[in-house]
Ligand binder design. Structure first.
Ligand code: TRP
Ligand code: ZN
Length: 867
């Protein structure tokens, strides 16, 4: 396969410590229109932990060298080598000082790594390897340095000049000014940040547990100043929570967050100066959905928590990425559970994992939580690293218990403070504190793929026997799999739905720790029971058990475990949907069978409306499609629509009363109010799916007089997705009202791109040509192409869909390879498609691959290699 860039593979097994360390860095960033000049002075010292060498490699991408000076001596052209992104110097003494002066062009940087511009401000993104686009440096996380940074720019246009740490000096030179920042904490260069712009600030303060006062400053464009309160609340909650839960307090005098419109990911934890995608920090009830509010809370917390899990203790190399990301996601999940509803948070997190990470683990991009190799590290900021990584930390949390885990994390933070370490170092702390042998557990880090746990049970003469068989299917490059440590939290429900005693002590729930390929457990219980398995989703595995319909109804109605209730509902839906896909049933009959069970859920919806909404939501078409090979997305779509319509009809009076009776008169933003809105939006969706004549009226009433964006957008979505009368006018009205609000317009684009049905592909074509569509803004690109490819299979999987998608990939790749590669992941089901579609799509993807960037080429290469 020919690609535009030769693939270079980096391997964990080849790790070598750097020949030189950089004790301190002095940076001078002189920002002028068109060209920014970066002067850096590196204090180098031979690394005592590396083989002695007088040569050192520095990374540098696209830097125009003005001068290089080593120990006061200007280097001539023959005295260094700079090619393929590497600067090689030799003849270095034990200690040396390298001064480099380079020019860069942030205005032309559409890849959004390194220094770039967003809506008139300058900002940076250095993780993972962006710093090499700013200056020469050993761009690797195991080089920790003290940074002192001076930023210079025009006073009027860039009144605000920020970098990490504390401001220590400032001055003016005519029209220009400068500020010097000093960060006392040694850090890897991926945590460097700089901002120059004209921004509004929301300021507050926080007193840490030891009584230190920290200034909290949230920056955004002036027009967005009124959208920072929720992030500020979330930040203060996160700071308090980390003190109470982990005993960790903040360590600088200032904590800053800057909101930028152009951003490749959610947010970035740069030391003392987080930079956020506007979508993850701005929130206002009028413009932000409830889901958006929750996302802001969790991302603000996530980046804050990185200050300890990531910054104070960082990664030795990028193979250890999950050391900081998996741990930090676990921390933000637990925080959100404490701030909101435990059960709902867990089900949402599991839903996300199962519907997004499991497919990744079962497809061409499957990789271990600690990968053994990569071409572009940007491609490994994956759901596996983040979400599965969090599950692995969660299993350790449960293995040690809350107290033991806290002791282990105390040990981890104390022992490794200021160091760059590995996933094994983390597990070592767990092992030391608990005394438990974690040897086998560590396979979770090195073995890719989702284990399948097949369970069977039988009533025996003296009780109940349950047998577990685990196996992990092969993944690319990893054919043979070994058994994993799988904690299975279990209860046995009697006929009344209550857990029965599992032994003489009256224990009603237990955790079985599986270690072998097959294990059987006996319980002295009498009478038939329904196993409630994997409670709380105690391990990230696919559970196979041949539940009877009555058992699933029992679990759904009675299980005290939120995950098990949700999982039972999913099984019921899948069973019905599978039959429809296989042509073995009628949608009306399936709906009639489901109706009484769902009625019970609706009856009890008042207890926890958000949980009821989760229980009443059908699995997605994508999830359904993943159960049927070869994949025919059109057939899946028909079956899915049929069941939804039939449920809409079968329970229509329920949906109607939920749509009307859950209306609030006053805006509230607490969990219950959000749950009610979620449930009402869902009910309205079912009502419309069933073709109820009142659906359009209710949707339009809500749309015309919404209390908040969740209502407004929920109503718009129903109008558009069901193509109800008034949909077109509502879209126009919405666009007119919100033209100036980019994040709301993103929703306008995605609501249209996600409308089910083939005809949507024509809509998408028009959206891409819309004046408000901008190929350079990742949020906008995601809101159309990401949504089409990631959640609208019936429109995407058409000849026109494939053509539009691959053409768009080329365009995006020319501007922003990281985003192109991310979006390309949506093609990972290629090898499962029925032959007709597969052939068309494959040849189009091969065409893109022929001229792809190295980012996109790695992803397409893996997808095309799968047969
Ligand atoms: N470390 C960031 C996080 O909190 C991830 C991130 C932000 C990132 N921007 C990026 C990763 C750009 C790669 C490229 O999860
Ligand atoms: Zn993170």
């Amino acid at each position: 396969m020919e690609t535009a860039h030769a693939a270079v593979t980096t391997r964990l097994a080849d790790y070598q410590p750097p020949a030189y360390l950089v004790d301190s860095v002095k940076l001078d960033v002189d920002i002028r229109d068109g060209v920014t000049t970066v002067t850096s002075e590196l204090a180098l010292r031979r690394n005592p932990d590396a083989a002695v060498s007088d040569a050192m490699t520095f990374n540098g991408e696209g830097l125009v060298i003005r001068s290089l000076t080593l120990d006061g001596k200007v280097l001539g052209e023959g005295e260094y080598r700079y090619d393929n992104g590497e600067l090689l110097l030799s003849g270095l003494a034990e200690q040396a000082t390298l001064v480099s002066v380079v020019d860069i062009e942030p205005e032309k940087n559409t890849a959004l790594e390194g220094l770039y511009m967003s809506n008139g401000m300058y900002c940076t993104q250095c993780e993972a390897q962006g710093f090499r686009h700013i200056t020469f440096f050993p761009d690797r996380p195991d080089v920790l340095s003290r940074f002192r940074t001076t930023v210079r720019a025009d006073k009027q246009r860039y009144p605000l000049l920020l970098s990490n740490g504390n401001p220590v000096a400032q001055g003016e030179e005519g029209e220009r000014h400068w500020v010097t920042w000093e960060d006392p904490f040694p850090k890897p260069c991926y945590l460097f940040a700089l901002v120059a712009g004209d921004l509004a600030c929301l300021e507050d303060s926080f007193t840490t547990m030891s009584g230190r006062e920290v200034a909290l400053r949230l920056y955004a464009e002036h027009r967005d100043l009124d959208k920072l309160d929720h992030a500020m609340e979330s930040l203060k909650n996160a700071m308090r929570w980390d003190e109470e839960t982990y005993g960790r307090e903040y360590d600088l005098d200032i904590y800053m967050i800057v909101a930028v419109s152009h951003f490749n990911m959610g947010a970035m934890e740069n030391k003392g100066l987080n930079i956020f995608n506007t979508s993850c920090v701005l929130a206002h009830p009028a413009t932000t959905t409830d889901a958006g509010f929750q996302r802001v809370e969790s991302v603000v917390a996530h980046e804050y928590f990185h200050n300890w899990s990531g910054n104070r203790v960082t990664c030795r190399d990028w193979f250890q990425l999950s050391l900081k990301e998996g741990f930090t996601v676990f921390r933000d999940q637990m925080f959100s559970a404490d701030m909101n509803s435990d059960a709902v948070q867990r089900v949402n997190d599991v839903d996300f994992l199962v519907n997004h990470q499991f497919p990744e683990d079962q497809g061409p991009m499957a990789h271990p939580v600690r990968p053994a190799e990569f071409q572009k590290i940007d491609n490994f900021y994956t759901l596996t690293i983040y979400e599965k990584g969090a599950e692995i930390v969660r299993m350790q949390y449960h293995l040690l218990g809350a107290e033991g885990f806290r002791k282990a994390t105390d040990l981890y933070f104390e022992r490794f403070d200021g160091q760059a370490v590995t996933c094994d170092d983390f597990v070592d702390c767990m092992q030391e504190v608990s005394g438990r042998d974690m040897t086998q557990f560590r396979r979770w880090y090195s073995q890719a793929g989702t284990p399948i746990l097949s369970v069977s049970d039988e009533q025996t003469a003296d009780g109940y026997a349950i047998t577990f068989r685990q196996h992990t299917p092969p993944t690319p490059g990893q054919a043979d799999k070994a058994p994993l440590v799988i904690p299975v939290r279990l209860a046995l429900l009697g006929q009344d739905g209550e857990p029965v005693a599992l032994d003489d002590s009256g224990l009603r729930e237990t955790v079985l720790i599986l270690e072998d390929a097959e294990q059987t457990f006996h319980f002295p219980v009498s009478g038939p029971v329904t196993p409630s398995l994997l409670r709380g989703f105690s391990a990230p595995v696919v559970l196979e058990f041949d539940y009877g319909t009555d058992q699933l109804a029992t679990l759904l109605a009675h299980d005290s475990d939120g995950y098990c209730r949700w999982s039972a509902a999913q099984r019921l839906y899948f069973t019905a949907l599978d039959r429809l896909v296989l042509g073995k049933g009628r949608a009306e009959d399936e709906a009639a069978a489901l109706a009484p069970v769902l009625e019970q859920v609706i009856e009890r919806a008042g207890e926890d409306p958000a949980q009821a909404a989760l229980l009443l939501t059908l699995p997605t078409e994508i999830a359904l499609g993943d159960r049927h090979t070869p994949l025919d997305p059109a057939a899946i779509h028909v079956a899915h629509q049929a069941l939804k319509r039939a449920l809409g009809v079968a329970l229509q009076s329920r949906w109607l009363s939920l749509s009307e009776n859950l209306l609030a008169t006053e805006l509230e933003m607490d969990g219950v109010a959000m749950g009610r809105r979620q449930l009402r939006n869902l009910a309205l969706d079912y009502l419309a799916a069933g073709g109820h004549p009142e659906a359009a009226r209710i949707a339009i009433e809500l749309f015309e007089l919404p209390l908040c964006m969740s209502e407004e957008l929920g109503a718009l979505r129903v109008l558009v997705h069901h193509r109800l009368a008034g949909a077109e006018q509502a879209l126009e009205q919405f666009a007119h009202k919100w033209v100036e609000e980019a994040l709301v317009m993103d929703q306008w684009f995605s609501v249209q791109a996600s409308a089910p049905g083939e005809v949507t592909i024509d809509v998408v074509e028009r959206l891409l040509a819309h004046p408000a569509f901008d190929w350079k803004v990742p949020n906008r690109v995601r809101s159309v192409l990401g949504v089409l490819a990631g959640s609208n299979p019936s429109a995407f999987n058409t000849d026109k869909g494939y053509r539009l998608f691959t053409d768009a990939l080329r365009t995006v790749d020319g501007l922003n390879p990281q985003i192109a590669a991310r979006i390309a992941n949506a093609a990972a089901r290629l090898h499962r498609l029925e032959p007709g579609r597969q052939q068309v799509f494959r040849s189009l993807l091969q065409g893109v691959n022929a001229s792809a960037s190295s980012n996109l080429g790695e992803v397409l290469g893996r997808i095309l290699a799968e047969n």
